[in-house]
Design a protein. Structure first.
Length: 153
């Protein structure tokens, strides 16, 4: 159902059709018990509450979600090289997300993840395998990182 107007109009509309929640074009969620909820954590909490009252198992919902296909390439590295490589790659890009053992960065419009596994002494380069162009970008990043490792050896 599409309702034009203010949030209060949407709230009245969902109570009228006995819906549990609605969303606005601006990304806010409206519940039948109260009005706007731009807070994502509140939305998740309310969604879990709704699912529990409807007796829907989370496992059944998780089974319906599609798997993200990734393209992965592994590189064996010396024990002390993994973090150095991640730090160096982090310095090359502006759009990055950093964790202690990995970095996710944007290269030519594709998010590439570089992850270090200290137990296996391995770097993994991966990205979404949504199309051939994205896979080629991940391959190029893999080659760049391999060259970087060779230059450090």
């Amino acid at each position: 159902m599409r309702i034009k107007g203010q949030a209060s109009d949407v709230s009245r509309g969902i109570r009228k059709v006995k819906a549990s929640l609605a969303a606005t074009d601006s990304g806010e969620f409206i519940f039948s018990q109260f009005s706007l909820s731009p807070d994502g954590m509140l939305f998740i909490g309310k969604l879990l509450e709704i699912l529990s009252t409807e007796e829907v198992k989370l496992s059944s919902i998780l089974d319906t979600l599609p798997e993200i296909q990734e393209y992965r390439l592994d590189i064996d590295v010396d024990e002390n090289q993994g973090r150095k490589i991640i730090d160096h790659v982090a310095s090359l890009y502006t759009e990055i997300v950093v964790t202690p053992l990995s970095i996710k960065y944007r290269s030519n419009g594709v998010w590439v993840k570089l992850e270090y596994d200290p137990q296996k002494s391995r770097l993994t380069v991966c990205g979404d395998a949504t199309n051939k162009a994205a896979i080629e970008i991940v391959k190029k990043e893999y080659e760049k990182i391999n060259q970087l490792i060779q230059s450090l050896s």
